[in-house]
Ligand binder design. Structure first.
Ligand code: ADP
Length: 485
């Protein structure tokens, strides 16, 4: 499958001066697509189209908008097999991961389809006689989004669909590593569904050329919010720029995502939850678990059961539906994990399983007895790959302290047979999400996913109302005013 494509601007597929870049299969470097290498001029055209489309989109009746969203959900489901194939060859996603994303995407479209009918504001009482106060939610204008390569298909919907559901128009800049599944395929779907020209636009860029496009987003007065999903490293650069432009940002960044297994936990359930939570998409999702703290009484049994289950995960070409672990996205991802494993082993850690690459295929890897100071066990170093550190604890307070000794605060899990105890401990986590008896990776389209601290600002689902709308206060007085002068 080789696709040549262009930008999607104002409802049309638009060439960009003929320059393209190659997108290749991370498994074997085969060409997947030739994608347009966009410029600042392309980004400016897309922003202008989105700005022109904004008044009509913002004022479209809820029923008309709902019909479009529902149609898009049906198209997503109809194209399932093609999407599974695309996510496999472009991003190395297993069928388990791509179908998970497709289900979430269709669910999010169907939920957001109804939001136009929800109350648009409040009527407040006023202390001034005869005054009525209306508080109405208004869309912001154009929301520009950076969509990531990892949970490419679902996270792209999350980046532009939520703002669109509240009446904003959008321009997105997909990741250079997977531009088809993080934006261009969405343009095909929305085009077929009949979304109005300009309501949704996509501008792609060659590797290393993102800054010029980003600059247009920050500089354009029509762009009122930047919605970024990616690394905290890049978010710090963009955040500084947004500060200078005084532009709202929504950030969904990385996480350290600890799991705490208490001495009363069910070992079989804990093993299943940790295997899924740590190794879905070969550990390249912001909510994957990076470290497990196990009560010492359960530690040895847990580690041997986990190791057995993890070794049963098939590693290979993700176009094979039985494969669970596909390739890492690129050589830099491979180097990062190899560096972390080598560093831990050099310091005296024990390799429980994994640890040997075959090309960009890296098996699910578990390390135990990792000395303090190793890169992979330091909460400030998110490992973006299939590497999990397991550690025994004697004192829960020590485990809780260590698990939170991280700049991140995205997701955490507690496994326990005592749900009330789990809920108590959950309240002590400084984290956007805490699950009791579920993996750290437990997304649902309706739930507000998002982080605290270096994991970002903003929430998904209906709670993104706060991020993608602003409040207007309107008052109306029916009696003459009383003024002090
Ligand atoms: P990753 O390396 O996993 O792709 P990053 O956080 O580095 O994650 O990048 C996410 C997105 O941010 C990409 O789409 C990239 O093009 C974009 N990006 C990176 N650096 C800049 C920059 N200086 N200005 C604008 N966009 C950038």
């Amino acid at each position: 499958m080789t696709i040549t494509t262009s930008h999607f601007i104002n409802g049309a597929w638009t060439e960009s001066g003929g320059r393209t870049f190659a997108v290749t299969n991370p498994l074997n470097d085969e060409l997947v697509a030739e994608v347009a290498a966009g410029t600042a001029a392309d980004a400016a055209a897309a922003v202008a189209a989105a700005a022109a489309a904004f008044p009509a989109w913002a004022n479209m009746g809820p029923g008309a908008r709902q019909a479009l969203f529902l149609k898009a959900a049906d198209i997503v489901e109809r194209r399932t097999e093609e999407l599974v194939q695309l996510m496999a060859v472009e991003g190395g996603a297993s069928r388990a991961f791509s179908t998970f994303q497709i289900r979430l995407s269709a669910a999010m479209l169907r939920q957001a389809a109804g939001w136009g009918y929800l109350p648009a504001g409040d009527v407040l009482r006023s202390d001034t006689p005869g005054r009525m106060a209306l508080v109405t939610r208004k869309p912001l204008g154009v929301v520009a989004g950076f969509t990531p390569w990892n949970g490419a298909f679902y996270l792209a919907w999350r980046t532009f669909l939520l703002p669109m559901a509240f009446g904003n128009t959008t321009v997105i800049k997909p990741s250079e590593l997977a531009p088809m599944s993080s934006g261009l395929i969405h343009a095909e779907i929305l085009e077929e569904a009949g979304f109005p020209a300009g309501s949704f636009n996509v501008v792609t860029n060659a590797p290393g050329e993102a800054a010029a496009i980003g600059e247009v987003f920050f500089e354009s007065p029509a762009v009122r919010c930047i919605n970024f999903t990616g690394s905290d490293k890049t978010a710090r650069i963009l955040g500084e720029r947004a500060g200078r432009a005084l532009k709202r940002m929504v950030l969904e960044l990385g996480g350290f995502n600890p799991v705490i297994i208490l001495d009363d936990a069910d070992i079989v359930e804990s093993v299943k939850a940790v295997t899924f939570g740590a190794f879905l998409h070969q550990g390249q999702v912001c909510m994957n678990s990076r470290k497990v703290y196990v009560a010492r009484a359960l530690h040895d049994e847990f580690v041997s059961a986990l190791s057995a289950r993890v070794q049963s995960l098939k590693v290979g070409d993700p176009t094979d539906p039985s494969v669970i672990i596909g390739p890492l996205i690129n050589d830099s991802a491979l180097e990062q994990i190899q560096l972390r494993v080598k560093d831990a082993l050099d310091r005296g850690a024990t390799l429980v399983t994994g640890g040997r690459a075959d090309g960009r295929l890296y098996p699910p890897t578990i390390l135990a007895h990792v000395p303090a100071g190793a890169i992979c066990t330091t909460g400030s170093n998110e490992t973006f790959g299939p590497l999990l550190v397991v550690e025994a604890f004697d004192d829960l307070e020590d485990a809780l302290r260590d698990a939170q000794d991280t700049p991140y605060g995205l997701s955490a899990s507690i496994m326990t047979g005592d749900r009330a105890r789990g809920l108590d401990i959950a309240q002590r986590f400084d984290s956007g999400i805490v699950h009791v008896n579920a993996p750290t990776m437990a997304s649902e389209a309706s739930l507000p996913v998002g982080g605290v601290k270096a994991s970002g600002w903003g929430r998904s689902g209906y709670y993104s109302l706060e991020d993608f709308t602003e409040i207007r206060l309107t008052t109306m007085s029916s009696e003459p005013g009383r003024y002090p002068f």
